[in-house]
Design a protein around this ligand. Structure first.
Ligand code: PEP
Ligand code: MN
Length: 263
């Protein structure tokens, strides 16, 4: 179902009125974790004013350590919904557990399946049974074919609205958090009609590397860019060290729009 033979034209995924694919750029921005409501309002307003069209934040966080902040859960979903509505941005949030799919789908406009769950086939099947668009992130050790087979799990349940995301794969170099596989963008497009976006935040883990990699992603044909933004990275509950400040995002968003116009 994901193949170009099945569907030769590029798919456009509609996330509560915001289109991704077929020339429409998904500009997803927001903090790694949903935090207190005041902070979420500030960040949402700043990225909306910068030109983001989708707001992100995790209420259920897949943390390496069980002792690290795990997310605000349903309280976080409520904050995200309220903030998204106030600033007119559909919201994207991760679901980590098949038992929570129904709950998360009640609040979210788009369900994110994270890298660590790309091959959680029970979770993929459950999100495939909803009518919510799905942001499917490439697993850190997954091949492009693995990613497409995971998309197939969602599509085969009757949910055609899948957006793929290249977020970096495991490399050997510790200078960057992951290895940004920019060639995955055109390589995926040669195989599937599904839109693909890039996430230079998790791919690099470094604010100084996010703008060049975001722009490289667009130059390679990405249908959108996913960036973590925080107004006070030192206080962030997760992924503070890779967050862009609102001003930095504003500058990057302007450059991304200019570059996208060339295509
Ligand atoms: C995230 O988007 O905050 C996240 C956990 O991403 P990934 O699954 O790509 O690590
Ligand atoms: Mn994160």
């Amino acid at each position: 179902l994901a193949s170009l033979e099945a569907h030769p034209e590029p798919s456009v995924v509609n996330v509560s009125g915001v289109q991704i694919g077929g020339g429409h750029l998904g500009m997803i921005a927001g903090p790694c974790s949903v935090e207190d409501a005041d902070r979420m309002h500030r960040i949402a307003k700043s990225v909306r004013d910068a030109g983001a069209n989708l707001f992100r934040g995790g209420a259920y966080k897949p943390r390496t350590s069980p002792y690290a902040f795990q997310g605000l859960g349903e309280d976080g979903l409520k904050i995200l919904r309220e903030v998204g509505d106030e600033y007119g941005m559909p919201i994207v949030t991760e679901v980590t557990d098949p038992r929570n799919v129904e709950l998360v789908a009640k609040y979210a406009d788009m369900l994110q399946v994270g890298a660590r769950n790309m091959q959680n086939f029970v979770l993929l099947t459950e999100v495939g049974r909803t009518s919510r668009p799905v942001l499917l992130k490439r697993g850190m050790s997954a091949t492009i074919k693995d990613l497409l087979m995971s998309a197939e799990y969602v599509l085969s349940q009757g949910n055609p609205n899948v957006v793929l995301c290249e977020r970096g794969i495991k490399g050997f170099d510790t200078i960057t958090r992951n290895l940004f596989d920019v060639a995955a963008v055109p390589a995926v497009k040669a195989l599937t009609h599904l839109p693909i976006i890039v996430d230079p935040s998790h791919a690099t883990g470094r604010p100084d590397l996010i703008p060049p990699c975001a722009l490289a992603g667009i130059a390679a044909g990405a249908d959108g860019v996913h960036v973590e933004v925080h107004d006070c990275p030192e206080e962030a509950k997760s992924d503070g060290p890779q967050a862009l400040l609102p001003d930095q995002y504003q500058e990057l968003a302007k450059q991304m729009r200019q570059l996208a116009e060339l295509f």
